[in-house]
Design a protein around this ligand. Structure first.
Ligand code: DX5
Ligand code: ZN
Length: 222
């Protein structure tokens, strides 16, 4: 299975959201990653279900919503109704994680759990069979354009190894600072999906050039 690419709209031109998303789809994006921030769990404030609904109107690609918010339970239904295909909550922000995962699935979306850089993968132990997505943050969440933390690569490897050992098939989404220089190492570590904001929508020549550079970096060597 080739590693898939999920450009993050956090780095796109929000004045032309529809055009940007359509360009990403035309350039071969596999998912569209949408970063929701509440200014409390992370020191930034972004968007809500209304923007997911706008993205839904722009593409048929899976919309992968990353909830960097405290107490997400009361907003899960609104994001699914807006068109989210995947909803990932942060283990650090949710006291009743299994309940949130079950609720996302009950609403008809695919549940995921995101781990901040310092958070051990063991936090997934008792929900390992319940998730469709594990998001490994390779930056401290809140902003695009940060540098990937290389110390987290062994964490990706450990999660991929554990996933193989338990014969699970959830996606390992690596999120933060992924670019054409480190994408191959992140893929080798075990990522199944690479999120990219700055390296995709933030690419100087546009999202098509950004995705091409990422795809070229992870393409198997002939
Ligand atoms: C950071 C977000 C990431 C970010 C990725 O809090 O979760 O998805 O937008 O952007 P880059 O690729 O620029 O780090
Ligand atoms: Zn994200």
């Amino acid at each position: 299975m080739t590693v898939r690419l999920a450009p993050s709209i956090l780095s796109c031109d929000f004045g032309h959201l529809d055009r940007e998303i359509r360009a990403a789809e035309a350039a071969g994006a596999d998912w569209i990653h949408v970063d929701v921030m509440d200014g409390r769990f992370v020191p930034n404030l972004t968007l809500g279900p209304i923007v997911v609904a706008a993205a839904r109107r722009a593409t048929r690609l899976p919309i992968d919503v990353h909830l960097m918010i405290v107490d997400p339970d009361h907003l899960l239904e609104a994001f699914v109704k807006a068109g989210a295909d995947r909803l990932s909550v942060h283990v650090e922000a949710v006291p009743h994680l299994q309940r949130a995962i079950a609720r996302i699935r009950e609403l008809g979306a695919l549940p995921g759990v995101a781990l901040n850089p310092h958070t051990p993968i063991e936090n997934l132990r008792w929900v390992f069979g319940d998730i469709d997505t594990a998001v490994v943050m390779t930056v401290n969440p809140g902003f695009g354009g940060q540098a990937l933390l290389p110390a987290i690569l062994p964490k990706i490897e450990a999660l991929a190894q554990w996933r193989r050992a338990e014969d699970r098939s959830f996606e390992i989404v690596v999120d933060g600072g992924v670019d054409a220089r480190n994408a191959a190492a992140v893929a080798r570590a075990g990522a199944t999906v690479l999120v990219a904001g700055n390296a995709a929508f933030g690419h100087p020549q546009g999202v098509a050039a950004g995705l091409a550079a990422l795809r070229g970096a992870i393409a198997p060597r002939a």
